[in-house]
Ligand binder design. Structure first.
Ligand code: FE2
Length: 287
């Protein structure tokens, strides 16, 4: 593991008591909240049965009100990330990198991994979006997905097409530690078309990091062309960085999202990019 990873770690502060942080800040009122409960088929009692709140608008997504039980969450130590010029934000750590596995076996992260990197949870999330996947004619079959242990390399990450001969139902995870001190990083976009689901796990608090702005936004496109490009973004929902929360969204052609402009930042914007990905490009742009 690189020394930079070992030497600098920040203990994630225990989140303050609810209810001040229970509700994400919404720009638009929700009319389609659909609480989703566990189906009972899971054999192991894990955080897999966490509360996932499904929303269909402005694009199918799910809000995670609590990633981990607070006592477990308080054990997380976010690594100080080595500079990685080939990444997205300048400071990141991917599953293909030295040190990632060691962190993921440490207190708190191991519990998070036991849920978010499990086939049970993957199937639950895909099942949550199954109707949306079918209605959008995605390449995969929600009833046929399975987990394939696979770590996408930094070289493969940049490939627009990975391997179109593969079974689209063989899914793998990305679980990327990311951080930035830049205030100039914001845009509305969809993720790579091989990502079935993408999302953010919030592991920091905007107030503690001295951050104004930088929230995670969901957008609609006033000039929607079904081509996976957000031509005229209209902000629809805002999720602030708050401890122990998360948001997952189906990476379909309407999945426009991105960080809002950061007006002030004295600390570091830190988060986990989480994705359930296929080897195949499962979303097809129009035209
Ligand atoms: Fe993204």
């Amino acid at each position: 593991m690189p020394s930079a990873v070992c030497r600098w770690r920040h203990r994630v502060r225990r989140p303050p008591a609810e209810p001040a942080r229970r509700r994400p800040c919404m720009v638009a009122p929700m009319s389609d909240n659909k609480p989703v409960r566990p189906t009972g088929q899971l054999k192991r009692k894990r955080q897999t049965d966490m509360d996932l709140q499904y929303h269909s608008q402005p694009t199918p997504h799910a809000v995670i009100s609590e990633l981990l039980a607070p006592d477990i969450y308080s054990r997380l130590q976010f690594p100080d990330l080595p500079e990685a010029p080939g990444g997205r934000t300048g400071h990141d750590l991917f599953s293909c990198d030295p040190g990632w596995s060691e962190i993921m076996s440490s207190p708190g992260w191991a519990e998070l991994a036991s849920t978010f990197l499990s086939e049970d949870f993957m199937k639950r999330v895909i099942g949550l979006f199954a109707d949306d996947i079918r209605s959008r004619n995605a390449l995969l079959d929600p009833d046929a997905v399975y987990l394939e242990p696979y770590r996408e390399s930094r070289v493969q990450l940049k490939k627009p097409v990975m391997d179109e001969s593969r079974d689209p139902n063989a899914l793998f995870f990305r679980f990327d530690f990311q951080a930035t001190t830049s205030t100039g990083w914001h845009f509305a976009h969809t993720d790579h078309p091989r990502r079935v689901v993408g999302g953010i796990l919030f592991i920091a608090d905007a107030e503690e990091e001295g951050m104004e702005g930088g929230e995670f936004g969901l957008f609609s496109d006033l000039e929607f062309r079904d081509d996976r490009v957000c031509h005229s973004p209209k902000l629809e929902k805002v999720f602030p960085h708050r401890h122990n929360k998360g948001i997952l969204l189906l990476n379909c052609n309407t999945a426009f999202h991105g960080p809002l402009p950061i007006r002030k930042l004295t600390g570091t914007r830190k988060w986990i990019y989480y994705s359930i990905s296929s080897h195949r490009n499962v979303w097809r742009p129009a035209g």
